[in-house]
Design a protein around this ligand. Structure first.
Ligand code: AMP
Length: 361
């Protein structure tokens, strides 16, 4: 298929801040976005069109798909049936396969380890007996994670001793789960890879990610990793993107354990979408992750992913956003507010990226 010409419309399933920044990037290229979501959100303010509809209302989803030229998504819990319904009408990029893999930690870890890529040791847990067996096999401490719908540290519980086993499943509402062995990592990093329709791939430089209360706090580029680790991380992410026949931006979160470790990099999870740890690219790259996602799904040539600056992206969570005026006055920083009214604790309200002259590769 040839590239969608300017004036074409990209349908986005999901209406949050990622959809908002996708729509803003699309506008720069003369492309329009039509948002589909079950509630009004930050993307509605900046899109050419929007549809409020339930994700399981497949007739409305198909009607939405009729009005656009290609469909993408901005959150990984889009029901597969929704994406499949849209795919009956228009191309959906990335495809349904990426959703199937990313929505279930057991499927995800099995898929990634099947590519000979290191993941944390894991075992399926669906009853007390399988938890006890998994704990015996993997050893403690370990982390019990729900297979589905876990995010920002939710849906998981750390098990440090056998005494914790009895109540661990109750803490995740007895949901189907996996037990994961603890990884002794140095830092957490992520790879943002964009893969075009032709299979061409470009990689953004790797951020070092820190978390606070289970939510991404900062992404700093460049990460303190060796050249070898960086190239290795790109190769792993590229292998996953190719195996999914992926189109768009894929985020691959990894634990960096040091080049001396038996596995220097361990993949934790993938996100089949633009990602919070790539927000720095708006201020530090000529073509940011949002625009490259749009270019990929619209069949355009990919843009350069090189960074021109160092960057520290800090999320503005809850009341952090109250300092907006002070933050807006800072030199050498880009302030991004998502237009959300209610700064509840834990809610991502915006981010700020502080840039400085480029060092490193
Ligand atoms: P996740 O929801 O899988 O991203 O996990 C949330 C956070 O818990 C990660 O960012 C890590 O800091 C930590 N974590 C998750 N899995 C492991 C593991 N197997 N070993 C050590 N730390 C982990």
């Amino acid at each position: 298929m040839s590239a969608l010409p300017p004036g074409s419309t990209i349908g986005i399933l999901g209406g949050g801040q990622l959809g908002r920044m996708l729509a803003m990037a699309a506008a720069r290229l003369g492309l329009r976005c039509h948002i589909y979501s079950d509630h009004s959100g930050p993307a509605f303010d900046v899109a050419a069109a929007s549809t409020l509809g339930a994700y399981d209302d497949l007739d409305t989803v198909r009607r939405f798909a009729e009005t656009v030229d290609v469909v993408t998504y901005e959150f990984e819990n889009v029901p597969c049936a929704t994406a499949e319904a849209a795919a009956q009408v228009k191309p959906v990029r990335p495809g349904v396969k990426a959703l199937e893999v990313a929505q279930d930690r057991l499927v995800e870890k099995t898929f990634i380890s099947g590519l000979a890529i290191p993941v944390a040791p894991f075992a399926k847990v669906d009853c007390d007996a399988s938890l006890n067996q998994a704990a015996g096999a993997l050893g403690l401490p370990a982390i019990l994670k729900t297979r589905r719908l876990g995010y920002d540290g939710k849906g998981q519980v750390r098990i440090t001793s056998t005494a914790d086993l009895a109540c661990a499943r109750a803490a995740i509402a007895n949901a189907p789960a996996i037990l994961e062995g603890m990884v002794g990592f140095e830092i957490e990093v992520s790879v943002l890879v964009v893969r075009g329709l032709s299979g061409e791939m470009r990689f953004y430089d790797i951020p070092h990610n820190t978390h606070a209360n289970g939510i991404l706090d900062t992404s700093t580029v460049p990460a303190p990793i060796t050249h070898e680790t960086r190239e290795r991380a790109f190769a792993l992410a590229g292998t996953i993107a190719a195996a999914l026949d992926y189109v768009g931006v894929l985020a691959v979160e990894m634990f960096a354990c040091g080049e001396a470790a038996s596995a220097p990099l361990i993949v934790n999870e993938i996100a089949p979408r633009v990602h919070n740890s790539g927000h720095w690219t708006i201020d530090a790259c000529a073509v940011n992750q949002f625009e490259n996602h749009i270019r990929a799904v619209a069949g355009w040539p990919l843009g350069p992913a090189e960074r021109h600056s160092n960057a520290v992206m800090t999320n503005l969570i809850g009341a952090d956003v109250d300092a907006w005026e002070q933050l807006a006055a800072e030199p050498a920083s880009g302030l991004h507010l998502y237009g959300k009214n209610d700064p509840r604790p834990g809610r991502k309200m915006g981010h700020i990226t502080r840039i400085s002259p480029k060092t490193g590769d």
